[in-house]
Each structure stands twice: as C-alpha cells, then as structure tokens.
Design a protein around this ligand. Structure first.
Ligand code: VG1
Ligand code: CO
Length: 544
C-alpha cells in the first residue's frame, strides 16, 4: 500500500460547534477541507494508532465519498481496524453503542443531524471518544488547534473499498469490517425494554402507531425493531428509506417539519401513538392522539416512571438536563430524592456525569433524551421507552401526561427561534444583553421580579472543567424563566433561540394554550433583549 503525504494549509473555520463541525456540503468538498480535519483527529487522538475506529454516517449527500477518504486516511495513520456500517450507515446512538460494545478507541460520525442535506445542504463530522460519547471540549479544542497548525496529511493510495457487503477486507495493514448497522443496537434495546409486552400490545390490534423516519437514518432501525421484532403492522414506519437529500425535507422532528405525521395524529381515526426521529437518529418527537408531548415533559415523565421498565427497575441514580430545558425534571428528581444537574447545551456535557454513575437519564428541550445505555441522545430508545410505558400503564399518552401534571404541576414551555440572522447584529444583541445583566437583579417586569440574571457558566462536577458564556438566563421570583442563546449548529448567519418557561401548580389551569400561557414572558423577552430592534424581525421563524 502506497501512502501519500499531501501538503496542505490550515482553514480558519474548523472550530467544532455544539455537535461537531458543520458546514455546507460545498465547503466540505473544497480540496483538503475534510482531509485537514480528519488528520487533526489522528494527530491528536493517539489511541487510534493501533486501535479500532468506528465509522458511519446518516447517509446524507457526500457520506459515501467522505467515508472512502476517511478509510484511506485511517489506514495511512496506522488504525488497526475500522468497523464501518454497511452502506456507510450508522445512526449517532448506534455508533455510540458500537464503540462501547467493541472497545473502539473512538468513532467518526458523519452527520449534520437535523440540518437539510443534498448538494446545497449541510454536511458534518463529529468525533466520539472511547466512552462512546461526543468529544468533550478539551478534545474538540485540541482538534481545532491542530487544524490551525496543519501542514500535511497522510492518505493511502487505494482503489474504492466495498462497503456494501458485510465481511472483512484489508487496506494495507488495516482490517476493514463492514458491519450490519442495526444488530448491535437492536440487541441493546431488547435488553432494556420488555419486547414481549410491547409485542402483545401491537398484536392485540387495539393499538396503532405511526413512526416517521423522515427519509433519514432511523428507517432501517425502525423497520427492524418495530415492524420485524415487535410485530407492528406493515406501514407503521413511514418515509423509511434513507435518502441522500432526505426527500427534500428537513429531517427535524418537530411540529413544523414532521407535518404529515402530525396531520395523521390530529386527523380522523388517528393512531394512538406517533413518533419521529431526526437526520442522525438521536432526536425524538412523541405524540399521542391529538396531543403533543414537549421534550422537557417527556424527560420528566420517563424519569418518574423508569422503575416500571426492565432496564431501569432499580430506579435511577440522577437526572441531568441542559440549562434551557424546562425544570419539570427537577421536580421529579426532588420527589425521588436523586441529584439533578443543569449543564450547558450539547450532549458532550452529560458524558462525565454518566461515566461517573451520577445520573441515569439526560435530556434536552431540543427533542433529545437518553440514558446511560449509550453516550448519545437516542431517538428510538425514547420511542421504545414510551411504547413500553404505554404497554405497562394501559393508559393513553395524553392521560399519562395529564396524570404527571396533576402530581407534579405543569411547566409551560416553548422555544422561539429566529433563524438566518445577520451574525454581527445577533452578536450585538447578545453583547448588550450581557452588559445589561448587572442591573437586572431586583427589577420588575409586569408582576414579575427578577431574582437572578446571568450568563450561564458550568463547572463540571467530575473533572472541574469550566464552560462559560452558555446562555443568558433571567430567572423570576415565581419560578418563570427566560433564556437566550445563539445556536452553535447552524451554517448560515446566526440563529437566536429564546426559551420561555413558567410553572403552573393549579390543575384547573393545565389546559391553556402554550403560546397564550407564555405570551407575557414573550413580551418581556422582547423588552429585555430588543429582538425587534436588533434583528428587524417581529416574530420567530420556528416555534417549538
Ligand atoms: C442544537 C440543540 C442542542 C443539541 C444540538 C445537537 O444546538 O439546541 O440541544 O444538542 O442541536 O443536536 P444549538 O447550538 O443549535 O442550539 V443534533 O440532533 O443536531 O446533533
Ligand atoms: Co441529531
């Protein structure tokens, strides 16, 4: 095998964001762009030399080409074995599962998650460490530094490697195993949930479900697990075939982008349960018949009910949620007498807590939920959790949620996104907010008094690392909150996210429309941040 040493120059924009490096496909297709970043991984992650690398992606446009390049670079950088998903496919949670199960040194997942795909869409690359989780900031920081210093990369000169048939082949000294992307993951799911009980529920004919794979990675997983193993009728999984451009859709499982599914669940003869996942399979949306479960509520409900399920029958150790996620889960943690952690946005911040056994369940408001079974959020896992819960309780999704609110109170919650803003103007908005923080404490807005206003900083309780500037929070005396931060996953301009929350203990008041229930907080966010003045927008682009 001949190895080429290719001379290159640094790109100035290879700093990973909330979840890996995400750019337009056309950016990634520039000569040396992908190669530089991959070499930076090999230069800094020394365990890969002589070790095992897991490789796969969400099947989006450019996935297959990128995989060929990465395999040749891995061989040239001394990786002993590559486990690559057949067809180049691996969902994010399945990659995490495979890394852990096979003791890999790390994994490369190719995905821009919920961002659109296709030649004009987005592409992404993220590195996961040996625990199966997204690289922590210390690692992404080192990789970024290496991209700034890079002068050359190594790549094997080799013909096209067949990744479409399971089995082993060699590339120089490196063994490439093409693995079934689903089986390790399906086996793990079967160990956590009561598949027999779920099967009985499906076979009774009295329970119907619809799962929207959004032409993204979860299609093959959902087909195998829901239709083949659990006996859900054919047609339960819609848009099951992964397509390079996601069928032109936006693989983001929310009320705006999973429209067909939402229509089915709100229509006549609606199924009992609806769910969807995103581009790379780590997000989930949960629907009942004419009923939407917010991700924050879902986390709290899973936590309150985990002991009913085989994989969690001993109870949970603790809960972690990202800072903007609603505090519904905190109430459950308090009731259970377990710890609850508030972390910055992004799954990488949960890794240490999970590894240290301090928490069992984690969640983010952005349709992400997961547990210690892997080190990523996990869309199908959440769906199976709900299925198992529905089978155990024999109650509808809506009844389960309402029961929960009655017991714990309801946290009204919404997120308003302002997309594709001019970056400089968005930065000014955040800067002015920061400067105004010192004078916020004690101020009154309407009937609400500000107790704390700060720029969220997090000290990891396990390794002591500090992450600053993680979002502006304004907390009020009555428990309401406004949070503002800029997205770290977009590829065009800036996205401002405004998170609104208030607590309602009174069961008589649990039937309000969410946007109406939070309308006064939305007005306060406008007063505090001057969104209209700074962005020129008078309403958000996406409300979830
Ligand atoms: C968003 C979400 C965040 C999530 C991240 C990756 O980040 O808010 O909660 O962890 O996406 O999710 P940001 O920085 O744009 O707010 V995924 O499914 O796109 O990997
Ligand atoms: Co995702």
């Amino acid at each position: 095998m001949k190895i080429s040493i290719v001379q290159t120059r640094p790109f100035q924009d290879q700093k990973p964001g909330t979840s890996g490096l995400r750019k337009r496909v056309r950016t990634f297709r520039q000569p040396h762009y992908l190669e530089n970043f991959v070499q930076a991984i090999f230069d800094t992650q020394r365990d890969l030399q002589g070790g095992m690398l897991v490789l796969g992606g969400d099947g989006r446009y450019h996935n297959r080409d990128a995989i060929q390049v990465i395999m040749r670079m891995a061989a040239a950088n001394g990786v002993a074995r590559i486990l690559v998903g057949q067809g180049g496919l691996l969902s994010t949670p399945a990659a995490s599962c495979v890394i852990r199960k096979h003791g890999a040194a790390g994994g490369i997942v190719l995905s821009a998650s919920h961002n659109p795909g296709g030649p004009e869409g987005d592409f992404g690359i993220k590195y996961n460490t040996a625990n199966g989780g997204p690289a922590p900031e210390s690692v992404t920081g080192a990789i970024h530094q290496a991209t700034m210093d890079i002068r050359q990369y190594r790549i094997a000169e080799a013909a096209h490697v067949d990744i479409d048939h399971p089995g082993e082949q060699r590339l120089g000294e490196t063994i490439i195993s093409v693995i079934d992307p689903v089986s390790d993951y399906a086996e793990l799911m079967e160990s956590l949930f009561d598949f027999d009980r779920i099967r009985v529920m499906f076979e009774s004919g009295a329970f119907q479900m619809r799962f929207d794979a959004m032409h993204a990675i979860t299609g093959p997983y959902a087909m195998r697990i829901l239709e083949e193993r659990l006996g859900a009728p054919q047609g339960t999984v819609m848009r099951a075939e992964p397509l390079a451009d996601f069928g032109g859709g936006h693989p983001d499982p929310n009320l705006a982008h999973a429209r067909e599914l939402v229509q089915a669940l709100y229509g006549r003869d609606a199924p009992d349960f609806g769910a969807a996942s995103d581009g790379d399979g780590d997000r989930n949306m949960i629907l009942g018949r004419r009923f939407f479960v917010t991700p924050s509520d879902s986390l709290a409900i899973l936590a309150a009910n985990a002991h009913h399920l085989p994989g969690y029958s001993d109870g949970i150790r603790g809960i972690a949620r990202s800072m903007p996620t609603s505090r519904a889960a905190d109430r459950v943690a308090e009731r259970l007498g377990v710890e609850c952690f508030e972390t910055p946005t992004g799954w990488k911040f949960f890794g240490n807590l999970l590894d240290a056994g301090r928490v069992t369940l984690c969640g983010e408001e952005s349709f992400g939920t997961g547990s210690g079974h892997v080190r990523e959020k996990d869309g199908l896992w959440a769906v199976l959790f709900w299925l198992n819960l529905l089978a155990v309780k024999g109650r509808s999704v809506e009844q389960i949620v309402r029961d929960h609110w009655r017991t714990f109170g309801r946290n009204y919650y919404t997120r308003h996104d302002y997309e594709a803003l001019d970056s400089a103007r968005a930065d000014t908005l955040m800067q002015e907010l920061r400067e105004g923080l010192a004078n916020m404490g004690g101020r009154t807005f309407g009937e609400r008094v500000v107790t704390i206003a700060d720029d969220f900083a997090y000290t990891d309780p396990v390794d002591g690392s500090v992450s600053e500037h993680q979002g502006i929070r304004v907390l009020f005396e009555d428990g309401a909150r406004i949070v503002l931060r800029l997205s770290g996953t977009g590829t065009e301009g800036a996205t401002l996210r405004v998170y609104l929350e208030r607590f309602e203990p009174d069961p008589e008041k649990h039937d309000l429309d969410t946007q109406e229930a939070l309308a006064d907080l939305a007005r306060m966010a406008e007063d505090i941040a001057g969104i209209r003045v700074h962005t020129g927008r008078d309403k958000p682009d996406v409300i979830t």
